[in-house]
Ligand binder design. Structure first.
Ligand code: G1P
Length: 278
């Protein structure tokens, strides 16, 4: 069955981008002229997903404002050469339904996803972490994953990429086996959140794209917080992986970690060159 909803967990404080993020949500920082979150939203639309659910917090109203019409600006540029500068965001507002829910305490990604339950309903849904900006030549990563969902409708799907062992401590890491005949789809047996290099079962790291079955909510309900008091989506997925219900997909394309200054700059640089600005 087709995926109709995409969740964006965007309640975090974005402390790595302080002081800018004192007043501006990190998802609103621009890569060229578009805020980071817009790249994620465009990826959802590419997969024909128009119901967008955001887990946010009271200090991040700028995100909601951004996706709403702004009559004053629109009237002031109407009939001028700048008239179509808002087209790129207006087509999103016209086409998509946005819903929002507050995450009152920052208790981890698993907690954020569980908070979204009233917005999601009872079908499988996609999750995009907009910090991970993915650039592809053909199908976007979410399109690639949606196709896989048609083949494996009862499994959760995580997108993975190989990372150097020195960096496994930043990610959820999977332990899996390539499915017979495939070069990019793994059956996941186990997974571990941010392991040391020595404890990592592989260097296959989960990136910020997931397709989750609704069963995830009952599992999250029972998932214990980790040593930092956070509920991890990786721990909930591990429970399902042990029941053979998680697959991992090595996507085609390049991911930029825009949650780090280095990755944010690299993405900006790549897109600036692509648009012949550098
Ligand atoms: C989260 C997840 C982690 C995943 C990562 C992808 O971590 O907990 O498993 O690998 O996103 O970006 P975070 O980056 O929020 O610390």
């Amino acid at each position: 069955m087709k995926i109709n909803k995409c969740l964006f967990p965007v309640a975090g404080y974005g402390t790595r981008f302080l002081p800018a993020t004192k007043a501006i949500p990190k998802e609103m920082l621009p890569i060229l002229t578009k805020p980071l979150i817009q790249y994620g939203v465009e990826e959802a639309i590419s997969a024909e997903i128009y119901n967008l659910a955001l887990v946010t917090n009271v200090n991040k109203k700028a995100i909601k404002n951004y996706f709403e019409a702004h009559a004053e600006i629109e009237n002031s540029i109407k009939g001028t050469a700048k008239e179509n500068l808002l087209d790129e965001v207006n087509y999103i507002s016209e086409r998509c339904d946005f819903s929002y829910i507050n995450q009152e305490q920052m208790l981890g990604l698993g907690h954020a996803i569980n908070t979204s339950k009233p917005l999601i309903g009872s079908d499988a849904f996609a999750v995009i972490l907009p910090d991970d900006l993915c650039i592809t030549q053909g199908d976007t990563v979410l399109m690639q994953m949606s196709k896989l969902h048609n083949q494996y409708p009862d499994s959760c799907i995580v997108a993975i990429e190989e990372v150097p062992f020195e960096e496994v401590y930043k990610y959820g890491i999977i332990d899996g086996k390539l499915i017979a005949g495939s070069t990019d789809v793994y059956q996941v047996n186990n997974m571990v959140e941010k392991p040391n290099k020595e404890d990592a079962p592989s260097n296959l790291a989960i990136i910020g794209r997931y397709i989750l079955t609704p069963e995830i909510f009952s599992v999250l309900e029972k998932t214990q917080p980790d040593k930092n008091g956070e509920i991890q989506i990786t721990d909930a997925l591990m429970t399902l992986a042990k029941q053979g219900k998680v697959i991992a997909y090595k996507f085609q394309g390049k991911r930029y970690d825009c949650g780090s200054i280095k990755g944010f700059l690299a993405a900006t640089n790549y897109l600036a060159k692509w648009h012949n600005l550098l």
